[in-house]
Write a protein that binds this ligand. Structure first.
Ligand SMILES: Cc1cc2nc3c(=O)[nH]c(=O)nc-3n(C[C@H](O)[C@H](O)[C@H](O)COP(=O)(O)OP(=O)(O)OC[C@H]3O[C@@H](n4cnc5c(N)ncnc54)[C@H](O)[C@@H]3O)c2cc1C
Length: 422
């Protein structure tokens, strides 16, 4: 049986970035169920605050980051809550063609001696005191000192078999529309649209991410609708939803539509004897915006920081050795930045019939309030998210409340109060 220091399951952003980082120091194996050519093609928002967790790529490489992210539209049917980063001097970050980033990271891992095996589904894990054994559906087995589960929302049974829990899951659907850049820019002056309409979803946005030659769009956070219901819904939105018709005009729909789970609300424990959970598998996705790259990249970086010294001392990688990983995730992500997302999730997605008015008022506030625009810009660029300023979020909540029509205030204030203590 081939043996390794570290075995990683899953070649998404979390697994691939961990493979890139840890293969510098450890004999590494990465197992991925898909074929290399079938890895997901996505166009994503890649905010500046992701950067501290991925220093190994060249941010001026336009095959990885084809567009600079300058303009956001928090869009309502009445108001465009636009934030133009040019007003504040620096952009929000990048739009990534993420399949190229993942392929780049996997290639680097191989150059550093790591081994990647595609078309290998991990079907069973056996943990003992001195090693961890991974068995694939091809009947292969591999042993390692440490296992990192980075399987997104696709294989919760694996982590459950080792005593971990699974995060809360919702459904998302996405597709690409294609057109030349002139047409894309003419249709949509913003790089990113985040739009809430409770008829589309009460748990997440309809989003548009503008890449080079392609527009990635979809809706996230739906209840447990099945694939065909979701596909019909997306068709109806694309064909009939008036506010977006100018944005998609003349663009050609790609042949692939993805329907799948998106999970959030981090699980309580991300480490145990000889095992770590990385990225979306651990629910490390922000509750309001559904940012998963941040969680994937941060968990890979913080796992590397935890493991490096343990490799040098020939550790047993027991629970207490690995616990600093949990502590770091809490300190860097969960205590502040994820907390503010939980408050926004409560305020908007738990607002029931109030969601429409709240979102409309919020978009108006963003449109009109330059201080709020600056605060959002700073949060998206912030390199030390552990110092995210929760007082600013409270202030934003108060400003939103002030803007509500007088009659609504009386019924909305308990909801605001609850959101504030989230
Ligand atoms: C439509 C949509 C748009 C999004 N847009 C953004 C965005 O713009 N910015 C952002 O930050 N986040 C975004 N997110 C969230 C983000 O994409 C995800 O949270 C993130 O990519 C998850 O990364 P991951 O590596 O944890 O998991 P995944 O990307 O799901 O990767 C898991 C990998 O593990 C493999 N795997 C699973 N089970 C097994 C097994 N048993 N054996 C072997 N391999 C296995 C899978 O094939 C897959 O390749 C979006 C999500 C969706 C659904």
């Amino acid at each position: 049986m081939a043996s390794f220091d570290v075995i990683i399951i899953g070649a998404g952003i979390a697994g691939a970035s961990f493979a890139l980082k840890i293969s510098k120091y450890a004999k590494t194996l990465l197992l991925e169920v898909k074929d290399e050519k079938d890895l997901a093609v996505t166009t994503n928002i890649f905010p500046e605050h992701n950067k501290p967790f991925l220093s190994e790529v060249d941010y001026s490489d336009r095959s990885l980051f084809p567009c600079i992210h300058y303009k956001i539209n928090y869009m309502d049917q009445k108001y465009n809550g636009v934030i133009d980063s040019n007003k504040f001097g620096e952009p929000f970050g990048y739009i990534s063609h993420s399949e190229n980033i993942i392929k780049y990271m996997l290639r680097k891992c191989e150059e550093q001696g790591g081994i990647i095996k595609y078309n290998e589904r991990t079907s069973k894990i056996i943990r003992s005191s001195n090693k961890i054994e991974v068995i694939t559906s091809k009947g292969q087995s591999y042993s390692g000192k440490l296992l990192a589960i980075a399987t997104g929302s696709h294989s919760f049974e694996l982590q459950k078999s080792l005593g971990f829990s699974a995060p809360d899951s919702y459904i998302g659907i996405s597709t690409h529309l294609y057109g030349d850049d002139d047409m894309l820019n003419e249709n949509m002056e913003w790089n990113y649209i985040f739009h809430i309409n409770p008829k589309i979803s009460q748990n997440g946005p309809l989003f548009f991410n503008k890449g080079r030659g392609r527009l990635f769009l979809g809706c996230l956070g739906n209840p447990k609708e099945d694939s065909s219901e979701m596909a019909n819904k997306l068709d109806r939105i694309l064909n009939n939803y008036q506010p977006i018709q100018p944005i998609i005009k003349g663009l050609k729909r790609g042949s692939k539509t993805f329907v799948g789970k998106i999970s959030k609300h981090p699980i309580k424990s991300l480490s145990n004897d000889r095992t770590l959970i990385l990225g979306e598998a651990g629910g490390i996705v922000t509750a309001f915006f559904y940012e998963g790259f941040l969680g994937g990249l941060a968990s890979a970086e913080l796992a590397t920081k935890t493991i490096r010294p343990l490799l040098d001392t020939n550790s047993n990688f027991n629970k207490s050795d690995l616990y600093p990983y949990d502590q770091e995730i809490k300190k860097v992500l969960l205590n502040k930045y994820f907390k503010t997302n939980l408050a926004s999730e409560y305020l908007f997605y738990n607002a029931g019939s109030k969601i429409k008015l709240l979102w409309e008022t919020y978009c108006k506030l963003v449109k009109e309030n330059r201080t709020l625009q600056r605060y959002i810009w700073e949060a998206i660029r912030r390199q030390d998210l552990e110092n995210h300023d929760l007082e600013r979020d409270k202030w934003a909540g108060q400003e939103l409340f002030k803007m509500l029509p007088l009659l609504s205030k009386a019924t909305y204030w308990p909801h605001f109060l609850k959101a504030m203590i989230k």
